[in-house]
Structures are given as structure tokens and as C-alpha cells.
Ligand binder design. Structure first.
Ligand code: URP
Ligand code: ZN
Ligand code: ZN
Ligand code: ZN
Length: 467
């Protein structure tokens, strides 16, 4: 049975252009776009017509950095694939790329299979996987080739978290060399975790136990140093490199220098680094624990470099690093010792809105909004143009966005499975109204109409910024 949906009268915004156009959806894909009011568009018939007059019609968001159900810090991220992808849909994100984990002593295969088992049949929107390499050895290096052929084309390595995810420079170099040969993209958590652990120990010995010390010991210089080192190792390996969750101005400078040399080095930042700061981490009592993540929030002055990087394309992607832990019972594990606060912030539902707010405030253009939130992550991780744009043949992942609606972000109204909002009380102009995932309406005029299991595993190609 063929179903046709027509989205009529909106302003279609992609990374490349803005046009008043009608969008015809057929069997889960975009069948055609035509200028609004033309004979071609008027002749279209459909089972359902969505009136988008006065609204934007944009590609569904692609959040290339989430951690649903991640076991971490002695607990597990509080959103499951079911609750987290539902919240993503509410926020206009129709694809997530989550991180499967290889734990030390196990294979990539086992890790990936475990993540497939968690996600299979539970997701509201489409999903893919990156692989976290925690145990680089002869076997796992060989497995990288296999994963690339299965559509898991990116691998996260950690210069932080010794004893958990950490890899030393030799292991990092070997993984980069492998990626150089098989088309994989290395994603780096760039913080000098060995040095940070010394500073953590010294801070705790001085009785500095509160959340704000998390930000103080994870020095911006140690992010910049690791970023620099990762770039040099990637040059030696002749491999492309993507730095995740960039927060420090000094780290942005390393990316700028590398890109000015023409190196295939890319960068991601997250809404928390653009909108929050060490002021939040220093909230009275233990409230700052809500803002503990790594890399950490930085003093406000760093935000200028991040916005600038997004405008100049020295940073290409904004992902959430969604890794929620409830304040009650989870963040509280670190009362009296900041190093025991589980690291991570919720945000998968808020990214599209926060970045639209940046459009409203004149920080980025509308098209840049769609680029950093949809098109660039899709291209970076081999999903374009199936995801990330509105074009004939693309998956009909479409958001009708009301640019004039006013909303206040709050844990009382969000859909993420976490008992606080990192953006509590923040006013946003703009709101998701209707969301289609492969042609199926999953948010219908601000009501959820999706279902667990609609979302499909989406194998990915290799990075489309290369060659
Ligand atoms: O604090 C964070 N970012 N938690 C998630 C794990 C990671 O390093 O991305
Ligand atoms: Zn990380
Ligand atoms: Zn992460
Ligand atoms: Zn992270």
C-alpha cells in the first residue's frame, strides 16, 4: 500500500538553501520538492496534507554522539534506547549514532552484539553505532576492518579515564594506522587523563571535594595538549581524525592550526559548552553535580571561540554527548568526592531548539543551524544524503518547526528519563511541531504518535568529508 503525505506551504531550509516549497513524501522517502504555488505542486494529491504555512520544514536532526544505557561511573545512563530515542523524536532528532562499547578483555564483536541487543526493537527513530575501543590488540585491530564493512565506520578512543576506556599513545597510533587503511574515522576523547588523575588525587587530598573542582582539575591546557598530541599521531598514521566534545578555546586553536595546514581534522562541540559554564558547575550545595561531564564545562569566555569555530567551519558538528544520570541516586554517588560523580549530561531532546535559539540570537544562520545539526553529522558519518537533507530519494525524516513558538525548557515537561534539566527555565523561541521518521508521523502537532521498534538500525558508509 502506497501512502503519500504532502507538507505544504513551509519554508524548506537545508544546509544549502532556503525555498518556499512543498514536499511530497511517498513510501517513507521524499518523492519530490516543488516551489509552492506552482502548477506542479498544486497537482499533487496525498493521503495526508500537513499545512506548514509560517513554519520551517527542515531535515530531521542527526545526533552523532549519544550514550543510551551506558554503564559508567558505577551506574548506567538513565535513558534506555526506548526512552532516549522517544525524547530525541520530541526534540526533532530522527537519527542517533550511539556508542557501542568494547570492554577490556572482550572483542569488538561482543560489544557490538550487546549494543544491538539493547537497541533492537526498542527505538523510536533510526540509529547507528560507533564503536568504543578500550582494548586495542591484534584481534580487535583486525575486527575494525569487519566493522567498517558492517557499517560501523567510526571508532572512539580515549586519552582520558585510565583503567576504564584509556588507550596509551602506542595503542592509539596502531588504531589510527588501521583506520588509515580501512576507511574508518577515529574519534578522540582528547584530555590527558594520566595528568588529570594526579590533579584529582591532589585536589581530594586538599579537601577539595565539591563538583566545581571537577572543572578545575580537568584543565583546559590538558584538553589542548591531548588535542595537539592526537593530531600529531593522526598525521604520523596518515589518518583522518574527529575530536569529540571540544570545550576549551585552546583546543579549538589546535584544530584551527591543523585545518589551516589542510589536515583532515574535524571537531565537534556540544550545546552544554555553548550555553553552560563553570558558573553552573559552581552552583551552591551539590547542585553543580548536575553539570559534571568530561570534557568539563569551561569559564564563559571559552564560548566565543566555540561559536566562532562553528561559524568558520573549524568545528563542523554539534552533538549532545547525551549521557544522563539522575541527580537523585546517581549524581549523588559523588557527594563528598567529585571524582565519583558519574560524568555526563542530558540533552538529546534539547539540541535542535538550543541551536535554533542561537539563530534567533544571530550567532549562526538558519542554514548553518541545519548544517551543524543535520547535514554535517550525516556527511561526517556516512549517512548523507539518506539523512541530513531534504532531497528526492532521501529518507523522509522531516521536522515541521514553528520558529515563533515560545517555550521554557524544564524537567517538568521534557521527555528524557532524567530528573533534572541542564537548561531548567531557559526560554527558547521555536519549537518542534511535527516530525516524520521515514514518512511515519512520530510527533503530530506536539503529540507523540511514534512507537518503540519503528526505528531501524542504519549501517553507515565512510566519512564523506574525505577524498
Ligand atoms: O561526560 C561525558 N562526556 N560522559 C560520556 C562519556 C564520554 O566521555 O563521552
Ligand atoms: Zn568522551
Ligand atoms: Zn560521549
Ligand atoms: Zn563525553
Amino acid at each position: 500500500m502506497s501512502t503519500r503525505t504532502l507538507i505544504r506551504g513551509g519554508l524548506v531550509v537545508t544546509a544549502a538553501e532556503e525555498t518556499h516549497a512543498d514536499v511530497l513524501v511517498e513510501d517513507g522517502r521524499i518523492a519530490a520538492l516543488a516551489a509552492h504555488g506552482t502548477d506542479a505542486a498544486r497537482a499533487w494529491t496525498a493521503d495526508r496534507i500537513i499545512d506548514a504555512t509560517g513554519k520551517y520544514v527542515i531535515p530531521g536532526g542527526v545526533d552523532a554522539h549519544t550514550h543510551m544505557e551506558l554503564p559508567f561511573g558505577g551506574t548506567a545512563a538513565s535513558d534506555t534506547f526506548e526512552t532516549g530515542t522517544r525524547a530525541a523524536a520530541w526534540g526533532g532528532t530522527t537519527t542517533i549514532v550511539d556508542f557501542a562499547v568494547q570492554s577490556v578483555g572482550t572483542s569488538l564483536r561482543d560489544g557490538l552484539d550487546a549494543w544491538h541487543a539493547k537497541a533492537d526493537g526498542r527505538c523510536a527513530v533510526d540509529y547507528g553505532f560507533h564503536m568504543i575501543l578500550s582494548d586495542v590488540n591484534e584481534h580487535s585491530l583486525k575486527e575494525m576492518d569487519l566493522l567498517v564493512s558492517e557499517g560501523v565506520t567510526s571508532f572512539k578512543l580515549f586519552m582520558a579515564y585510565p583503567g576504564v576506556f584509556y588507550s596509551d599513545d602506542g595503542r592509539i597510533l596502531r588504531a589510527m594506522q588501521r583506520a588509515s587503511g580501512n576507511g574508518g574515522l577515529i574519534m578522540m576523547h582528547a584530555e590527558n587523563g594520566i595528568a588529570i588523575d594526579v590533579l584529582v588525587e591532589q585536589a581530594l587530598a586538599r579537601g577539595e571535594t565539591s563538583p566545581r573542582h571537577h572543572g578545575e582539575v580537568r584543565r583546559a591546557l590538558l584538553e589542548a595538549e591531548a588535542t595537539h598530541r592526537a593530531i600529531q599521531l593522526a598525521r604520523v598514521a596518515d589518518a583522518p581524525l574527529y575530536i569529540v566534545h571540544v570545550s576549551a578555546e585552546e583546543a579549538v586553536a589546535e584544530l584551527v592550526a591543523a585545518r589551516d595546514k589542510g589536515l583532515p581534522v574535524f571537531g565537534e562541540t556540544c550545546p552544554q559548552y555553548l550555553f553552560l559554564s563553570t558558573d553552573d558547575l559552581a552552583a551552591p550545595g551539590f547542585e553543580g553535580a548536575k553539570y559534571v561531564c568530561s570534557t568539563p564545562l569551561r569559564p564563559k569566555e571559552h564560548q566565543r571561540a566555540l561559536w566562532r569555530g562553528l561559524r568558520t567551519d573549524d568545528l563542523q558538528v554539534v552533538s549532545t554527548d547525551h549521557c544522563p544520570f539522575c541527580f537523585s541516586g546517581q549524581k549523588e554517588l559523588g557527594r563528598g568526592d567529585f571524582s565519583k560523580i558519574p560524568n555526563g549530561l542530558p540533552g538529546v531532546e534539547n539540541r535542535m531548539d538550543l541551536l535554533h535559539q542561537a539563530v534567533v540570537e544571530g550567532r549562526i544562520s538558519r542554514r548553518r543551524w541545519i548544517d551543524i545539526a543535520c547535514a554535517a553529522p550525516a556527511r561526517m558519518f556516512g549517512l548523507y544524503p539518506k539523512k541530513g537533507t531534504l532531497a528526492p530519494g532521501a529518507d523522509a525524516d522531516i521536522v515541521v518547526y514553528d520558529p515563533h513558538a515560545e517555550q521554557v525548557l524544564s524537567a517538568d515537561t521534557h521527555h528524557m528519563n532524567v530528573d533534572y534539566s541542564a537548561y531548567e527555565g531557559k526560554r527558547i523561541t521555536g519549537q518542534v511541531e511535527t516530525v516524520l521518521s521515514r514518512g511515519t508521523v512520530v510527533i503530530d502537532g506536539r503529540a507523540y504518535t511514534g512507537r518503540a521498534g519503528h526505528g531501524r538500525y542504519t549501517p553507515r558508509g565512510t566519512c564523506q568529508y574525505l577524498g
